[in-house]
Write a protein that binds this ligand. Structure first.
Ligand SMILES: [Zn+2]
Length: 416
């Protein structure tokens, strides 16, 4: 009931309407030494540079190395100091004799490692960063691709990927999007000292793709929260819409740099996804590998057997992942290999087939059973939550467009 309650609380807070928010890029921070008035110690503030360690930092500022080892050992209870990440902030307060008084390191967006001197020793603790939660309304028209349409910066990229995850069973974000498709998102927005920091969960979303409307509502059904459609049906299905997963591709091509609009062709029993060599290929569903190797015109091929007589095949791969071997199990979304042009292929593309009881079938046409729906006992609560979200969704205004043009297109030939 977490999201339901959150939504009620949030419903009372101010509504922010954003259409095409600007990126929230954190400014580069240089290390600065800041003398404190009247005190005999000073603060060293900075962010971890690429390849930098705290050992380097202690040496750079002439701090006591024996104390570094004590601090490192104290830190181990909370976070290993060798696992520091570039870009993360730290503050070291130093006494006049160069001994360390206290030490803080921002582990991630949610917690700080805090170390304080206790006589000759140090004691560590974890401080949770408390965010103020607000609700943000985001809406827009998809032009070019989903990522650039939501906005610039890391947080908008993560939001786009989350949205693609929610609809990954119904929409192939690498090839289904059309110009003039629209999206509306109701998301938790986490603020620190009045400033937007990051998005929390997407509470509800609407996507109009090729004039068809898709809706999602987060709700805690039996045990865990899931996304459901307006009738309470689970959005999760046995198979993903496509083997070239938007999230996997986007992170492979380091996010927003790529505009992953791929092309799909259907010249035979399978589907051909035209994609650059090396694009990661994901298993569309859980299953057992029954073939991983070279097979005639297929080139490097992976065959997965799924429950209920389903089988999927992925051909022309440039490389098959090492863990993907005959008899091993793979999970939905797991990367099994990479797009290539091995076997009979005129250029890099993925050849994808689905069979039911050995009969070739069109994966785009089959009706898939969904995961557990909203339980009947919670349906009234779900509807109440849905109605609340619908009001928010309806309040987002998007300029209307009269054209609907397919983004992808082009001809392509293939021998398999
Ligand atoms: Zn093919």
């Amino acid at each position: 009931m977490k999201y339901y309650l959150t939504a009620i609380v949030l419903a009372l807070t101010a509504i922010l309407i954003f259409t095409g928010i600007k990126g929230q890029k954190a400014p580069e921070r240089e290390a600065i030494i800041e003398p404190l008035k009247k005190e005999s110690f000073h603060k060293i503030t900075g962010t971890i540079k690429k390849g930098e360690t705290f050992f380097n930092i202690f040496k750079k500022y002439g701090l006591n190395i024996a104390e570094f080892f004590k601090i490192r050992d104290a830190a181990a209870d909370v976070h290993h100091l060798r696992e520091v990440k570039p870009g993360q902030q730290y503050i070291i307060s130093v006494n006049a004799d160069k001994s360390v008084n206290s030490f803080s390191y921002w582990i991630d967006d949610d917690s700080i490692l805090s170390i304080a001197r206790k006589d000759e020793d140090f004691k560590s603790s974890r401080i949770d960063i408390e965010y103020e939660k607000r609700v943000m309304h985001i809406g827009g028209v998809i032009t070019d691709n989903l990522i650039s349409s939501i906005g610039e910066g890391r947080e908008n990229l993560l939001l786009a990927l989350r949205l693609s995850d929610i609809f990954a069973w119904d929409i192939d974000f690498t090839s289904d999007l059309r110009n003039a498709d629209t999206f509306k998102i109701i998301a938790e927005a986490l603020y620190l000292n009045g400033k937007f920091k990051k998005y929390g969960e997407i509470l509800s979303a609407e996507l109009i793709n090729d004039r068809k409307t898709y809706r999602a509502y987060i709700f805690e059904g039996n045990e865990k929260a899931d996304y459901f459609d307006e009738t309470g049906r689970n959005l999760r299905k046995a198979f993903l819409k496509a083997p070239l997963n938007f999230r996997k591709i986007s992170s492979y091509y380091s996010g927003a740099r790529l505009h992953p609009i791929l092309k799909v062709y259907r010249p035979h029993h399978g589907l051909d996804y035209s994609a650059p060599e090396g694009t990661p290929v994901s298993a569309v569903g859980d299953g057992r590998i029954v073939f991983a190797g070279t097979k005639g015109g297929y080139g490097n091929l992976v065959e997965i057997r799924h429950p209920n007589g389903y089988e999927t095949l992925y051909g022309h791969l440039s490389k098959i992942n090492k863990e993907v071997r005959n008899g091993t199990f793979v999970e939905q979304g797991q990367i099994i290999g990479y797009v290539g042009s091995t076997g009979l292929a005129t250029g890099p593309h993925l050849h994808y087939e689905m069979r039911i009881n050995d009969m070739p079938t069109n994966p785009l046409a089959i009706k898939m059973p969904s995961g557990e729906p909203v339980p009947a006992s919670l349906m009234a609560k779900f509807r109440e939550y849905k109605n609340m979200m619908d009001i928010r969704i309806a309040s987002i205004k998007i300029p209307s467009f009269t054209f609907a043009e397919k983004i992808s297109g082009n001809s392509h030939s293939d021998k398999l």
